[in-house]
Design a protein around this ligand. Structure first.
Ligand code: NAD
Length: 357
């Protein structure tokens, strides 16, 4: 495991097996310098254990970067349950998972992800308090906050690249009209942007055409539309050798996770003068709002903090232009600088405590 390309000095990786319920789970805690590791629990029918391990290592590291860049006092972690989310779920399985989470004593906090629902996490809550995103239904679905953050990141990109103070008449192609994509389209339509959309579900496309005046196009043509901005809100690895050469947009800003098929595609975009708003920098609205959960939750205040993604994105664009580096690399550097500074502070405090006895 130490040789795995996705193992990146993770603080701990724990494997759990519960004979009675059949639970097979891995919890990966990547870094807790900034705070407890908050990250979703994914349930997936992985082909083998290696694939599950690879996923949990990659996703937990991603959470460290996302939370750090968002300015949150949270670390990075993630968990996976190996199994079919349609057929293998039971209350007892999630209670067993809760017991696994509880062994970390709050170092890892679980939340919803692909394959898990609020009901599953409520079952896990029977056996551990370390569950986020379900308390008294106050935060609820984080997608509207994610859409608001992506909209703010996209605005920053338009300001920086198109020198536009607003989005009136700016053409945006949105791929995927799900929870985040449709919410983003609503913000864009309200701001006067012209929408070109695609989804594999006609119902969602028709809704955007009827309610928001969007123009529908075939899913396979969305990446090469003659638009100013491409907003991927469906699939990962959409920025690849096949899509980038045909892209006419000069900005990519969307919610999808892991948009770059490989890091080299970030360099490719830069060389073609396409401004890429790093995915995890602008899709952090969901984790920001979840971090506000608890007594005294104030949605307005949380959404204001989400809007701060505008400033974060501008910082990335400016530094990338100054240093002539891909924006993704700059986002990683900024996220890591914050962790290093916190580490140095902790180290200093420990030294002072030792000296003063
Ligand atoms: P969702 O499942 O609600 O929506 C995804 C949409 O994409 C669906 O409507 C689906 O039909 C469509 N789609 C799938 N394949 C497509 C294709 N080839 N062409 C066009 N459309 C296609 O998911 P979501 O919650 O809206 O999330 C969208 C993306 O944003 C995902 O990559 C997710 O990981 C990421 N993300 C979401 C959140 C959140 O708060 N929901 C937070 C961070 C990142």
């Amino acid at each position: 495991m130490f040789a795995s390309k996705d193992f990146d000095d993770h603080e701990s990786v724990l494997f759990f097996h519960d004979r009675n319920t059949g639970l097979k789970a891995i919890i990966a805690v990547h870094d807790t310098t900034l705070g407890p590791a908050l990250g979703g629990t994914r349930m997936w029918a992985y082909r083998n254990d290696e694939e599950a391990l690879e996923d949990v290592l990659r996703l937990s590291r991603g959470m460290t970067y996302k939370s750090s860049l968002a300015g949150l006092n949270l670390g990075g972690g993630k968990s996976v349950i190996i199994g079919n989310a349609r057929t293998d779920k039971s209350e007892a399985l999630f209670e067993a998972f809760g017991r696994a989470v509880d062994t970390l004593g709050g170092k890892y906090i679980a939340a919803e992800d692909v394959g898990t629902s609020v009901a599953d996490l409520e079952a896990a809550r029977h056996t551990t308090p370390h569950i986020a995103g379900i308390s008294e239904g106050k935060v609820g679905d984080p997608s509207p906050a994610t859409a608001w953050g992506v909209f703010n990141g996209l605005l920053a990109a338009a300001e920086f690249r198109l020198k536009r103070p607003d989005l009136k008449g700016v053409r945006v192609a949105v791929q995927g009209l799900g929870h985040v994509g449709y919410g983003l389209c609503e913000y864009l339509a309200e701001a006067g942007a012209e929408l070109v959309v695609s989804d594999i579900y006609d119902k969602l496309v028709n809704k955007a055409v009827q309610n928001l005046g969007a123009v529908a196009v075939a899913p396979e043509t969305i990446t090469s539309q003659d638009v100013d901005i491409f907003a991927p809100c469906a699939l990962g690895a959409i920025l690849n050798d096949k899509t980038i050469p045909d892209m006419k947009a000069t900005i990519v800003a969307g919610s999808a996770n892991n948009q770059l098929a490989e890091p080299r595609h970030g360099i490719d975009l830069m060389n073609r003068n396409i401004l890429y708003a790093p995915d995890y920098a602008i899709n952090a609205g969901g984790i920001i709002i979840i971090s506000h959960e608890g007594p005294g939750f104030n949605r307005q205040k949380a959404m204001q903090e989400v809007a701060g993604i505008h400033q974060t994105a501008l910082r990335i664009f400016e530094r990338a232009a100054r240093d002539n580096k891909p924006t993704g690399e700059i986002a990683d550097t900024l996220a890591w600088e914050r962790i290093e500074a916190a580490r140095a502070r902790k180290h200093e405090n420990t030294k002072i405590r030792k000296i003063t006895g």
